[in-house]
Design a protein around this ligand. Structure first.
Ligand SMILES: NC(=O)c1ccc[n+]([C@@H]2O[C@H](COP(=O)([O-])OP(=O)(O)OC[C@H]3O[C@@H](n4cnc5c(N)ncnc54)[C@H](O)[C@@H]3O)[C@@H](O)[C@H]2O)c1
Length: 249
């Protein structure tokens, strides 16, 4: 059977672990070459991509730095000739550990990483995609992007990701470029493991979902893969909930 992303070129941010890692592996499994940007070393992900018989490389960079993002995205196109997929996923959830409503320093960091960096990444990707007149972008929002769950900065930044996704999707709908986002519920990654160090906290987070459990990174990756693939060819501007029923409530 033909692989869904055979020959495609993908850029993934926050791919050293968690949802980004699972998605980078799903892309590679389906035939894409994958470039990963992360503050952390993405060696584990790259190794796993190679074990799948795929091709990929990682660069350590901060997605809040415009010049670094531009240089990496231009570098991907210089190396592989084009850019088909952008998965703008790197994010932080400081308030979960700091419970800091109204702390402006924390708010600013959340907005810089979760919101502003998504705009930076999309802008860098769209420069190439508009020239190609093709491409698919998926951003990582959250259930906190469609409901008031979580802290002020996290929720505001993720609502902004939904808004940026919709706005960019409208702007580029006639250019052959689709732009969507995923809205995961609580997914069992380092981010939630830090927030749920007490067993009761973990249980509470799981129970918030009608399915009464955490999601797995691979379950989000399947949604991202769908939105990035041609199977989603008439879908743009859509926030896809992957949340065990949370937003149905
Ligand atoms: N885990 C959840 O429950 C959950 C739910 C909804 C949305 N999300 C979102 O999913 C995304 C991925 O989260 P995860 O659960 O995989 O978390 P994670 O902490 O396991 O992974 C996040 C990755 O992003 C990287 N990163 C953070 N800031 C960065 C920066 N400035 N530059 C480059 N890389 C950076 C980290 O180094 C890490 O590798 C985030 O945007 C998060 O907000 C997570």
């Amino acid at each position: 059977m033909e692989k869904q992303l055979q020959g495609r070129i993908a850029f993934v941010t926050g791919g050293a672990q968690g949802i980004g890692q699972a998605t980078a592996l799903a892309f590679a499994r389906e035939g894409a070459k994958v470039a990963i940007a992360d503050l952390k070393d993405a060696g584990e992900t790259i190794e796993a991509i190679r074990r799948l018989g795929g091709e990929g490389y990682g660069e350590r960079l901060d997605v809040t730095e415009e010049g670094a993002v531009d240089a990496m995205v231009d570098g991907i196109v210089a190396r592989w000739g084009r850019l088909d997929i952008g998965f703008n996923n790197a994010g932080i959830a400081l308030e979960a550990v700091a419970t800091a409503w109204g702390d402006l320093a924390i708010y600013d960091r959340l907005v810089a990483t979760n919101q502003r960096a998504v705009l930076l990444c999309m802008t860098a990707e769209l420069r190439h995609m508009t020239a190609q007149r093709s491409g698919a972008i998926v951003n990582t929002a959250s259930i906190a992007g469609l409901s008031g769950v979580s802290g002020a900065g996290y929720s505001a930044s993720k609502h902004a990701v939904v808004g940026l996704t919709r706005s960019a999707a409208l702007r580029h709908a006639a250019d052959g470029i689709r732009i969507n986002c995923v809205c995961p519920g609580a997914i069992w990654t380092e981010m939630t493991q830090q927030a749920a160090q007490e067993p009761e906290a973990a249980e509470l987070m799981a129970q918030m979902h009608p399915m009464r459990r955490f999601g797995q990174a691979e379950e989000v990756a399947e949604g991202v893969l769908f939105l990035a693939s041609d199977r989603a060819s008439f879908i743009t501007g859509h926030p896809l909930a992957i949340d065990g029923g949370f937003l149905a409530g």
